[in-house]
Design a binder for this molecule. Structure first.
Ligand code: ADE
Length: 241
């Protein structure tokens, strides 16, 4: 899978994605990522990419021209590389989008290429968004200074679902949300720490019993911490719990 992040701060994206598990995945060739500087596409002789908004309010807005030309250039390169005219999803990361979740991450992980557009200042001129954006996505109901951190959050959540990115120990199968519930508690050595014992069932070697305990703990935790998720899970699964 190839992530194309369009931004005014390409070094922030590449530094963020180049380390740890995603960095290793890029070296292995499981995923590719590039950060494209929108400023490189401005036709303004002073390299300007923003201007004042029309109407009241003092904000600056990213202008249509550099964003449009940048998106078109990237889409053109993708079409050339893949030799296909398949529609590529262009995601604008914005607080005005649908809230990102694990299901969305699973959907996006099916794409071969994904374009993420990062806004800055007060956002981007609506006219270019109407022409190029296929998905509006927010990472939560709060406002950040730009789209770079949200884009990195999304790339991380999507990339770890791409086959080969995680190894067995880091498996995504038992994740929180994988089955609509939060993950059960986990323990490592030592067996006793601060007078607290690892739950004996985990030492029993009885896989059936352990799975039963893990599901019960998942349900309990979800009910305590995320009643909204629990209610949803209960409606879809087992009404007796
Ligand atoms: N840009 C600024 N805040 C954001 C958010 N919460 N989600 C996505 N993009 C953003």
């Amino acid at each position: 899978m190839f992530f194309h992040v369009l931004t005014l701060f390409p070094e922030m994206i590449m530094e963020g994605l180049g380390t740890s598990i995603l960095g290793r995945a890029m070296q292995k060739g499981c995923i590719e990522a590039e950060a494209i500087n929108i400023r490189d596409y401005t036709t303004n002789k002073h390299q300007k990419v923003d201007d004042y908004t029309y109407g009241p309010g003092a904000g600056m807005l990213m202008q249509a021209q550099p964003v449009y030309d940048c998106v078109q250039a990237v889409l053109g390169q993708i079409a050339q590389r893949t030799g296909s005219d398949k529609k590529v999803r262009v995601v604008y990361v914005t607080p005005q989008g649908a809230v990102f979740d694990q299901k969305m991450a699973q959907e996006f992980a099916k794409e071969e290429d994904l374009v993420l557009l990062c806004g800055h200042y007060e956002g981007i001129d609506e006219r270019v968004l109407e022409e190029v954006v296929t998905d509006y996505v927010s990472i939560g109901d709060y406002v950040l200074t730009g789209g770079e951190l949200p884009a990195m959050v999304m790339v991380d959540a999507i990339a770890r679902l791409v086959p080969g990115v995680l190894n067995n120990e880091e498996s995504a199968v038992t994740d929180s949300f994988g089955n609509g519930l939060l993950e059960h508690p986990q323990y490592s050595r030592p067996q006793v720490w601060h007078d607290k014992e690892v739950p004996p069932v985990l030492l029993s070697g009885n896989h059936k019993l352990i799975e039963k305990w893990q599901l019960e703990e998942s349900i309990k935790r979800t009910k305590e911490r995320r009643l909204d998720l629990y209610e949803k899970w209960r409606a879809e699964h087992d009404n007796s719990r």
